[in-house]
Design a protein around this ligand. Structure first.
Ligand SMILES: N[C@@H](CCC(=O)N[C@@H](CS)C(=O)NCC(=O)O)C(=O)O
Length: 207
């Protein structure tokens, strides 16, 4: 069975969401990040930086949320949640993934790091204005790329919708506006999937 190392309402939520979409059995190992368990000798053997998510699939260890979600889509290819490798559709899927991680998530995470993640003495409040501005800029691009589409890849839900919607949910939770009614509606539409209820139940049970 796939072992997931995660923490509720973190980037490991993306992997939980993917596993729930796939309907695959998995073991959720909660890493008590707030108590420093990420830096334990044992966990550092799984994730060199002590972060979540990570998976262990029968001895194969993988980190990085987007890589894990994509690996799972490739492994359970009948789900059609990730386009086949080597196709133009896959290239477009990759384009979306990289956009989410490098353009959309980064300024948002900068806001997170400098408001509640980093120790107070490391926070630079002056960076917040530019990070909000950069996030809004990325949201404008996202809004254009989603215009007239129900899902990121067009007519069908795919794993990349998990990455986009999760990041927009984070923005909402961090109190960072997307500045777009269309993006807020997309986020709520994707979050209304039955799989997301399962994610919430699983994570709530873990506290
Ligand atoms: N790029 C990584 C980022 C992983 C990451 O930063 N995870 C956070 C939780 S959302 C974490 O484990 N933080 C603990 C730490 O920084 O020690 C991914 O997408 O998987």
């Amino acid at each position: 069975m796939i072992k997931l190392y995660g923490f509720p309402r973190s980037r490991s939520t993306r992997v939980v969401w993917m596993l729930e979409e796939l309907g695959v059995d998995y073991e959720f190992n909660k890493i008590e990040l707030l108590e420093g368990a990420g830096q334990s000798e044992e966990y550092l053997k799984i994730h060199a930086d002590g972060k979540v998510p990570a998976i262990n699939d029968d001895g194969f260890v993988l980190t990085e949320s987007a890589a894990i979600v994509t690996y799972l889509g490739d492994k359970f290819s009948d789900s059609k949640l990730v386009p086949e490798a080597g196709t133009q559709a896959r290239a477009k899927y990759d384009e979306w993934c990289f956009f989410v991680l490098t353009e959309l998530e980064q300024p948002l995470w900068t806001v997170g790091k400098h408001t509640f993640v980093f120790p107070e003495e490391k926070r630079v409040p002056e960076i917040l204005d530019v990070a909000h501005w950069e996030f809004l800029k990325a949201c404008k691009v996202l809004e254009k790329n989603l215009a007239g589409k129900e899902f990121a890849m067009g007519g069908a839900f795919s794993a990349v919708d998990i990455l986009v919607a999760h990041t927009l949910r984070w923005a909402n939770a961090f109190g960072v506006p997307s500045g777009s009614k269309a993006l807020d509606a997309y986020r709520d539409r994707i979050s209304a999937r039955p799989s997301f209820d399962k994610v919430t139940s699983r994570e709530t049970a873990l506290g």
